[in-house]
Design a protein around this ligand. Structure first.
Ligand SMILES: C[S@@+](CC[C@H](N)C(=O)[O-])C[C@H]1O[C@@H](n2cnc3c(N)ncnc32)[C@H](O)[C@@H]1O
Length: 200
């Protein structure tokens, strides 16, 4: 497949933007998608632009500041509070089944902590595993995708990434396509992008 001329590419080392590029042609208007780690809202904005006006993005974060930042970003891009194509939820992604009543086409994770905020509030493998189990067993549709940007530069991130890699590498290849992308000529701790596709 060839990219359309109007889509501008970001440098390939910006791995969170690469995640968006890989999902760009795999998400359509009217899809139901999830941003599991809202943060400053860049992935929520990307997903909203892809699925509006008939689809929906549901986004989670445990910090009120993330909701505030994401609303600001969306508003600056033309979003209105009464737009049903976005639902921002102040809760852990580990509780997403309380809010999601139908299967998802795509889920984005950007792990770690909110840049410029309290580093104590970081994602954890325990909560993430809970989401992954639900997605794998029920909530991701065939032809659906999970993208995960994972960092191992700090101690917690290191163990989170190790558990995550063990989990995704053990997904049966008959049903799941799993790719790991990283900068080969950078430090071992450079961020990794994991892209997962449900095959059948
Ligand atoms: C690296 S930031 C996400 C960046 C975001 N994708 C963006 O585009 O700006 C990680 C976020 O995950 C949030 N987080 C941590 N644990 C969480 C959980 N259990 N459920 C939902 N969000 C969580 C943090 O509060 C933080 O805002």
């Amino acid at each position: 497949m060839f990219f359309e001329a109007q889509h501008t590419h970001s440098p390939i080392h910006r791995i969170s933007e690469l995640a968006q590029e890989l999902l760009f042609y795999r998400i359509n208007e009217s899809d139901f998608v999830m941003d599991a780690t809202m943060g400053n809202g860049y992935d929520t904005l990307f997903l909203w632009k892809k699925v509006k006006p008939t689809g929906k993005v549901i986004a989670f974060d445990v910090q009120p500041r993330a909701i505030y930042q994401t609303k600001e970003l969306l508003r600056n891009n033309g979003w209105k509070e009464d737009d049903p194509a976005v639902e921002l939820i102040l809760d852990s992604h580990s509780h997403f089944v309380k809010y999601v009543d139908r299967p998802l086409k795509a889920v984005m994770f950007n792990l770690g902590y909110l840049p410029g905020s309290d580093k104590e509030i970081s994602t954890s493998w325990t909560e993430m595993k809970c989401v992954m189990d639900h997605l794998v067993h029920r909530y991701l549709i065939v032809g659906g995708y999970i993208s995960i940007v994972s960092y191992s530069g700090h101690d917690e991130g290191k163990s989170e990434q190790a558990e995550l890699l063990t989990y995704v590498r053990n997904l049966p290849s008959k049903y799941w396509g799993v790719m790991e992308i990283t900068r080969s000529n950078a430090a071992e701790s450079a961020p990794k992008l994991i892209l997962i596709e449900r095959k059948e």
